[in-house]
Design a protein around this ligand. Structure first.
Ligand SMILES: [Zn+2]
Ligand SMILES: [Zn+2]
Length: 295
């Protein structure tokens, strides 16, 4: 395929890494000019990007290791600790207790900046000399030796981007949860398994985008529902099965033989929910208490 005739600098151009075309607008250039730092009276202009937005995003995230943890040793107390840095890394790191202690002072690593040398080369050298946290954890932790990008939690294992959790495992984006397992962005929930984007809910299994729901399974985009199974888009309902309103006794009869521990049942219910979802019109985005927000 013939590559488009693109130029560097401004307007439409080709990514220096992947060759994808992208646009640099006059507004972008004005913004870079506005945020360019002035140090001792000299303006250090931020150049227009040479990489496309996707490649820039990859580069921004490249330093961030969220899921791969390695065995290692604290550089200060020499105790064994899990670490976000592999043994081949030259980055020094301390365990949670040592890093937050007064046994060392990050200011002692201060150095003069050399304006005749590139900035990022010096920043990288500084980062490689100052000890980092072995695992990025904050606050009071009890029995949480295997959590990362997390804090103030108790009895939890492999939860990332998580805070104020107790008895949770295998979660990403967990906040104020208790006894939740295998989840993604669940907030203020209890007893959830395999749920995504659920808030203020209790006793849900295989649910997504649910708020204030109780004792349900295979729900999607439901709010204020209790004892419902395989439903989508319901509001303040009880005893519904495949979006059909049943009596309490009928609901019990329909659900009592369903074995939620069976993988075959799980696959069948997932497939059935996908069919039900096709009949539902979803909101274009999920937002709460937001004003003048897009994107
Ligand atoms: Zn690119
Ligand atoms: Zn230590």
């Amino acid at each position: 395929m013939q590559k488009p005739n693109l130029r560097q600098g401004s307007g439409r151009q080709a990514c220096a890494h992947c060759s994808a075309p992208f646009e640099v607008t006059p507004e972008d250039l004005a913004f870079y000019d506005q945020v360019s730092p002035v140090i001792r009276g000299t303006k250090y202009a931020i150049p227009a990007p040479s990489l496309c937005p996707d490649c820039r995003q990859q580069r921004r995230l490249a330093f961030c290791n969220e899921f791969n943890l390695y065995p290692g040793t604290c550089g200060l107390c020499r105790k064994r600790t899990l670490s976000q840095f592999p043994q081949s890394s030259s980055v020094p790191y301390y365990c949670h207790e040592c890093w937050h202690s007064d046994k060392w002072n990050a200011l002692s690593y201060g150095r003069e900046i050399d304006f005749t040398r590139p900035f990022f080369e010096q920043l990288t050298a500084l980062k490689r000399s100052v000890p980092s946290l072995a695992l990025d954890v904050q606050g009071e932790l009890q029995n949480c030796d295997y959590i990362h990008y997390a804090g103030s939690s108790k009895n939890s294992y492999l939860i990332m981007h998580a805070d104020f959790c107790e008895d949770c495992m295998y979660g990403y984006g967990f906040k104020h949860n208790r006894s939740c397992v295998d989840g993604f962005y669940n907030l203020q929930c209890e007893l959830l398994y395999d749920c995504v984007d659920c808030h203020g809910s209790y006793g849900l299994t295989h649910c997504q985008d649910c708020i204030n729901c109780h004792s349900g399974a295979f729900l999607r985009d439901c709010i204020g529902c209790k004892s419902c199974f395989l439903c989508t888009g319901l509001r303040n309902k009880e005893y519904c099965f495949e979006n059909e309103q049943l009596t309490k006794e009928e609901y019990r009869e329909r659900t009592q033989g369903i074995d939620l521990q069976s993988f075959k049942t799980y696959q069948e219910c997932r497939a059935r929910r996908r069919e039900i979802e096709k009949k539902h019109t979803f909101k274009e985005f999920h937002g709460h208490n937001t004003e003048n927000c897009a994107g």
